[in-house]
Design a protein around this ligand. Sequence first.
Ligand code: NAD
Length: 291
Amino acid sequence: MLGFISRKITTLGIIGAGQMGTGIAIVGANTAKLNVKIFDHSKEQNSRSVSFIDTWINRKISKGELKSGDEIKAKISHLTDLESVAECDFIVEAISENPDAKFKLFRHVSPIMKQGAILASNTSSISITKLAACAEFPQNVIGMHFMNPVPVMTLVEVIRGLQTSESTLKITLELAKSMGKVCTESQDRPGFIANRILMPYINEAIQVLNEGVASKEHIDTTMKLGTNVPMGPLELADFIGLDTCLSIMQVLHREIGDSKYRPSTLLVNYVNAGWLGKKTGKGFYDYKKKI
Ligand code: NAD
């Protein structure tokens, strides 16, 4: 059995270069000063991730918060082979919220990782214990749930699976701290803390829209001004990604088995139409520029 070997984390691997993976790469390189290797199976997504990092750097420079992006760029490599990422000391999986795709990836990547390396998942809702059961070393698997946008949001929810070791937990908490994050710890239950509470709220807002109770603008303004949050629920759903919202609701519905978690048919229809929110340019609102 592959056991844990205590050592310093110097290389951070990220699988999935979408909005979350790219954000984790930025804080890994900029705040924790780690060398980051990031992989996505889509070439276009790798290019989008590079442009996103450039845009982030330019914004920081224009605000006077960064002198140059050279150091960050030198620390982040976008790779086209998964094997090179598998060499890292700590890997964060941030691929789409699809249980079967994540199980498959864990089966594929864990046997080629180096001894003692940690495999964390940024999943929003999928059981860490189930993911760990697909890995060759379940004691080194953990949930590390960053919030979106990663460079801005301070929270990381840390989730221990049934077999996660104390050392894996300790190293994960230390890594998150070195990235400037504050951690909360959750039991391994569907949706953990954040999405168990947030997603039914978003789903209900979509249902309120579906039933014609109010327009999207009135729903968002009511919740924004009425509960003092920066974004209304529909705007937030577009920002998160409607595919991600639907996958989380499906996990909550299936795993908890209560009909109150049934995804709104409007959410299902939007995802079927390919209207996934900001990342595709259309969701509940229209976005001219893709991110
Ligand atoms: P995204 O759609 O922006 O990115 C997902 C990326 O994974 C895509 O670039 C896709 O090409 C890539 N991918 C899919 N399968 C792959 C595979 N087998 N190998 C390599 N790359 C693969 O999604 P995201 O919003 O970045 O979400 C990623 C993960 O983070 C999900 O598990 C999601 O639940 C979680 N998460 C999302 C948010 C959010 O607000 N969007 C917040 C916290 C956690």
